[in-house]
Design a protein around this ligand. Sequence first.
Ligand SMILES: NC(=O)C1=CN([C@@H]2O[C@H](COP(=O)(O)OP(=O)(O)OC[C@H]3O[C@@H](n4cnc5c(N)ncnc54)[C@H](OP(=O)(O)O)[C@@H]3O)[C@@H](O)[C@H]2O)C=CC1
Ligand SMILES: O=C(O)C1=NCCCC1
Length: 318
Amino acid sequence: MSSSTASPLYLTDEDVKKLLQWDTLIPVIERALKTVSQTVETPLVVQPPRTIMPVPDKNGVLLTMPGFSKNDDALACKLVTSFPDNAQKGMASIFGTVLLFDTNTGKVQAIMEANEITAWRTAAASAVATKYLHKGSDILAILGSGVQARSHINALTHLLKFKEIRVWNHNQQGAEKLAAEFHELGKCISVCYSADDAVKNADVIVTATYASSPILKRKWIKNGVHINAVGAGINHHSELDKELYQAASIYTDTMPAAQIELKGLADIEVSVLGEIGEIIQGTKHVPRENITVFHSLGMAVEDVVTAKLIYEQYKMKN
Ligand SMILES: NC(=O)C1=CN([C@@H]2O[C@H](COP(=O)(O)OP(=O)(O)OC[C@H]3O[C@@H](n4cnc5c(N)ncnc54)[C@H](OP(=O)(O)O)[C@@H]3O)[C@@H](O)[C@H]2O)C=CC1
Ligand SMILES: O=C(O)C1=NCCCC1
């Protein structure tokens, strides 16, 4: 069959998982984060603001995330939904699909289920931010016990050798289940019965929940801690308290999206200082004693480069 009539490759989440590895993904995500922040005449990355469409009466949103990376010669679009109430049905909250296109013809090359892509690329972005902003690696605290909590434990423990890993969830059973899962794999994770206990003296914290009111407070954490704030509700980011926002140096993945999606921070007189790509490039620096927050929004180009990597890996193996 000629390539103009061939059907697109279809990869399930299971296929995708077999083709992803932290060692290869993290550098690819690091380069994407850095490139987003480079000012060059011809854009190396194109990613228009994503649309976030609330689904009336359903407590869910549909996001469209198109993007292009020149360095990776990759063009893709992710469609992703977030339905937090799915947990009550025993289902995942996030469902995504990525379409990867041939950059010369615009023809769809591959269709990939993107639940794994979303889990891996988000955690890889936090791992990169942590690499540049953490000051210690004794204690890792994870707030939340869902898909992102799991992928963040995997990515962050791949990057750093923590002495202690703690997990807290608003529903204790979730934290116990996640800890047991890692125990089976030989990783020791302790379950904490309050968020306050979980984050005490922590060096790195991840918030990955649907909380609509703060689950992490300034008064609980030490100076110099690095936080990856990953969770987002339907129309809000509310996992950190006002005092923490006001005390921290906040960086994000992409400023144009932050200006839209984090505009509520202006109400509490908080500004996002810049993009993590600027820290990677070395054009911005943070004093060691500062509390740092990587406010992860999620970018199309992360999905684009991940999908391209998966496609290349698939071609190599088949
Ligand atoms: N920045 C980014 O790029 C991305 C961000 N996200 C965001 O990350 C977060 C986690 O996503 P994911 O792990 O896939 O979702 P999951 O449904 O797998 O996990 C959600 C977690 O949040 C907990 N939770 C739910 N409601 C509340 C609440 N009111 N207060 C405190 N905790 C709560 C859940 O506990 P339980 O199940 O026990 O109720 C569970 O531990 C979401 O906010 C999502 O929008 C997701 C993908 C990408
Ligand atoms: O970037 C993503 O993908 C998502 N971000 C916010 C929540 C839904 C998925």
